[in-house]
Ligand binder design. Structure first.
Ligand code: ASP
Length: 441
């Protein structure tokens, strides 16, 4: 059994957090490989090391003295060293690193040092071998990871050293020059490591006990999702749920390695497991058909009507969509009736151009009438347990109807894991609460 663990910035913010990480790693001998972010905020208003490093880069670029910022960065690592009783002379390592920076040092190189210093300290603390990401994670010149080569190098290190710590967020071009992933990219490194080593599980340790069934700003203390599939996750994150982006864990998905989101501050919580599919559904999951509820405000609907349109409908639909295409309006849904259809799209995609758009559509002789409704929210009710079960949408509409919530649009994907409804913005939060209270509690 091999577990790869990635710890996010808040899990590494100070010595106390480092101690929690060590307890977690030492609690299970299978936890052999650790990927770390850079220390994050200790309290609200505090600075993330990575943000400070971006600031250092700006100072260097404009030739401004940055001793102050450097002092803040050094203090953070010195603090961790002292609190954890470590021997590594991190202050000198930091000073020497910065002394080597000049105007020609790339921003990627500078900001990557947050995870680099952090991994050095964590390796000593755990008694694991520090392996620099630039020694194994190779980018080609198109900016893509050379997966095969990177995995082979990593496996070599793993074989030689057994237990290792490696920094997240960056790798290197074949020339040795450093390149970083987008912000938050340590998640990607963790997934590459887990996939490369064929881990049994990728544990992603953060500061929440998994993915919540809905937005905690709308529903108080929503439950945590025990298990979610990638397809469900995609629907939920598309609709605005702030969850791990499924692209970031693509390498583990390819190999069918489960991802477990865990909370460093509540290590006994089981967290959320993300997987391709679950053969053995838990009884509780089977009973509850909803995995999660997410939604977004501020959509508009344009309703197009033409009496006795019949077969000409497809042609008209094409004409209308061409107009939307020209205005570069992303179309979200196209609910359709016998003599009418509607186009649903984000309101901010037309803003001031809405009069032009409406004018153009009303000029079209094939359209009898078109009207614009604004202030619509879309809510996605997502659940793999909804697929091929009868009566689910009936239950949903009934619950909303009983609470006098008017449903403006309805759409269900062909795979039946998502029912999307449109309601007025005023009803948005209440609709989510009704759905949660009716089906998720
Ligand atoms: N430290 C980097 C950031 O703040 C990368 C990461 O945390 O994943 O974006």
């Amino acid at each position: 059994m091999l577990k790869v663990l990635k710890f996010g910035g808040s899990s590494l913010a100070d010595g106390m957090q480092f101690a929690k990480v060590r307890d977690i790693v030492k609690a299970d001998p299978a936890r052999e490989v650790v990927v770390v972010s850079a220390p994050g905020k200790r309290f609200s208003g505090d600075n993330k090391i990575t943000d400070l490093l971006y600031l250092v880069h700006a100072h260097i670029k404009y030739g401004v003295d940055y001793a102050n910022v450097l002092g803040m960065i050094r203090d953070r690592y010195e603090g961790i060293k002292a609190e954890c009783g470590l021997a590594t002379d991190i202050g000198t390592i930091i000073d020497e690193t910065f002394a080597g920076f000049s105007k020609s040092t790339s921003v990627d190189h500078i900001v990557s040092r947050g995870e680099y210093f952090c991994a050095i300290l964590m390796a000593e603390y755990l008694g694991y071998k520090f392996i620099d990401a630039s020694d194994w994670l190779v980018f080609n010149y198109d900016g893509k990871v050379e997966t095969k080569q990177s995995e082979a190098k990593l496996r070599e290190f793993k074989e030689i050293y057994g237990n290792i710590v490696t920094p997240g967020f960056y790798g290197a071009y074949p020339s040795g020059e450093i390149r970083v992933f987008p912000r938050g990219g340590s998640d990607i490194t963790g997934a590459i490591v887990a996939a490369g080593l064929n881990a049994d599980i990728y544990e992603n340790w953060t500061d929440v006990s998994g993915i919540l069934m809905t937005d905690p700003r709308i529903v108080k203390d929503p439950k945590t999702i025990a298990r979610v599939t990638y397809d469900e996750l995609r629907e939920l994150s598309y609709m605005g749920a702030s969850v791990l982006h499924e692209d970031t864990v693509f390498p583990v998905r390819l190999k069918d390695i489960p991802v477990n989101i865990r909370n460093t501050n509540a290590p006994d919580d089981p967290g959320t497991i993300i997987g391709e599919k679950f053969e053995d559904e838990l009884a509780e999951e089977h009973e509850r058909f909803i995995t999660g509820i997410a939604g977004k405000r501020n959509f508009s609907i344009i309703n197009i009507y033409k009496s006795r349109i019949g077969e000409a409908k497809i042609g008209l639909l094409r004409q209308v969509l061409e107009v939307f295409d020209r205005y570069e309006i992303p179309v979200e849904q196209i609910p359709s009736g016998v003599d009418s259809f509607s186009v649903v799209f984000p309101s901010d995609s037309i803003k001031t151009r809405k009069y032009d758009l409406m004018h153009e559509l009303s000029e079209n002789e094939s359209i009898d009438n078109c009207e614009l409704t604004e202030g619509i929210s879309l809510i996605a009710i997502v659940g793999r347990q909804m697929a091929y079960r009868t009566g689910i949408s009936g239950k949903i509409f009934q619950a909303l109807g009983a609470n006098k919530i008017n449903i403006r649009t309805i759409e269900q994907g062909a795979d039946e894991i998502n029912i999307m409804i449109g309601v007025y913005n005023e009803d948005f939060e209440r609709a989510i609460r009704v759905l949660y209270d009716s089906f998720a509690r």
